[in-house]
Design a protein around this ligand. Sequence first.
Ligand SMILES: *Cc1c(COP(=O)(O)O)cnc(C)c1O
Length: 362
Amino acid sequence: MKYDRSFNFSAGPAMMPEPVLEEIAAEMLNYRGSGMCVMEMSHRDKAFEEIRDQAEADLRELMGIPDNYKVLFVQGGGTLQFAMVAANLMKNGVACYVETGSWSKKAISEAKKYGQVKVVASSADKNFSYIPDCSDLDIPDDADYVYICENETINGTTFFELPNTKGKILVSDQSSMFLSRPCDVSKYGLIWAGVQKNVGPAGMAVVIVREDLLRDDLDPKTPTYLSYKIHADNDSMYNTPNCWSIYCCGKVFRYLMDNGGLEGVAKRNEEKAAILYDYLDESKLFTAPVEKKDRSLMNVPFVTPTKEQDAAVVAATKAAGFDNLKGHKTVGGLRASIYNAMPKEGVQALVDFLRKYEAENA
Ligand SMILES: *Cc1c(COP(=O)(O)O)cnc(C)c1O
């Protein structure tokens, strides 16, 4: 390989497209004749304003975001959104959450600080190995929204069908699947995504929010920074934004547009995931615990029969140049995160390695 880069299966921060990294490297010392790096630039500089505006315009085109939605670039990563969603959208103080794993549980516990949380469906009974039926949820009349984690990064499940919210606003954490497939934004009230899983550098979330949900009557003790309306009214420049992340994410948006858009990337992601799941399903050593219909195309957890063997496989993959295959500490086993930027060759090489390992250790 040109740069001797590893196949990095990290759940996040994760791989970025190599051509994007090359472009960033080329602009590092002198961004397009400005005489400075983007990291050194004033966020009020015209050159940076253009970077921000272009990033938003490209994301709008890429996802087909309707005009009545705002696009915000907010600091605080994914975790701040657990609070921000509840602080901004809990008007009646009642919200419905679907509990599908680690990240929805975190969202639930944070939302409880702001109001009453009703868990309307859960897959806790089977270790979060499936997506519960959400076609007929018991949603109270005064519920402000229905919340899902659309792809559970740790548990490896994904919603292929959105819940029937019975007219209530749908809020989705898309962090670990953002831009991995086409998305009809008009079906949501709010989508947010921490960008370090599938887009760019950590420390920022993209928030796509329907305009009519922006409020200026929040609890007066709410920190100013937590108001979506403040960010919307100031084009995400209320304070110094995460300029570097916006710049890098903008490059990834453009890269996706130039490479078949979301349809193109979805097709590549389906092919990649199939290579890995097909092998795991035929393997006698490994098991993929998630129900087939709900399997994530981005995060693929799998296990051997014992913890000791799990650890041995992780060590063997690491020695062979495959990084970050250890499962999350809360679930153990192994996990291959195969986001947009993981090339098909990386998945194929991993499967070839695991197959050989299995044959040698049978
Ligand atoms: C990683 C992740 C988060 C948290 O993101 P941070 O930026 O680390 O706070 C939230 N939700 C999902 C689905 C994630 O994968």
